[in-house]
Design a protein around this ligand. Sequence first.
Ligand SMILES: [Mg+2]
Length: 179
Amino acid sequence: MGKHKAIIFDRDGTLIVDKIYLNDPDLIEYPDGVFEALQLLRDAGYVFAVATNQSGIPRGIVQPANLFETHRRIRNEFARHGVDFLDFYYAPYMTDTDHWMRKPNPGMLEVAAKNHDLALEQSWMVGDKMSDVEAGHRAGCKSAFLNTTNNPSHQDGWRDPEVVCDTLLEAAHLMLSQS
Ligand SMILES: [Mg+2]
C-alpha cells in the first residue's frame, strides 16, 4: 500500500488549453485558476503527476523532442507557482491499440504509483474526457471530470465520475470536500 495521496492530471483540456496534437511549445496556454487549484491541493497534502495520451506521436504529428520541451516548460511554469510534478507520463500509442498504458487503461497511473509509492485508493484522476475518468477508476482512484471540452466518449459499463464541474479550481474544492 502506497504512502502518498496523489492527483494524476490529464494534460490537454485540463492543465493546459487543448490545442489538438500540440507540437509547438510556444502555444502552451494555461486556463484561468489552474495554478491556484494546484496550490490548494498541494496545501492539502497531495502530490502530482501528469498522464497524457499522445497518439500524435505515432501519427507523426507530434515530435518527441517537442513533447519533452512542452513538458519541461509546463513543469517550470508550475514550479514558478510553487507546484511540483513527480513525473510526466505519456502514452505514444494509437487510439485502436487498447494499450495498457493508454487511457482508459490504468497503466500510466499504476506505473506512477509504483515509481512514487502512491496510495491510489486515496488518490484522484482528473481529466476532460470520460477515458480519463475510466482510467482513474480502473486504477482504484476516484475521478473528477471537467466539462471543458465536448465529451463524446462515454461507454457502456464505465462508472460516472465522483466529481463533475466546469473548472479545475471548482474541481479542487469539490475533491477536497470529498477526500
Ligand atoms: Mg484531455
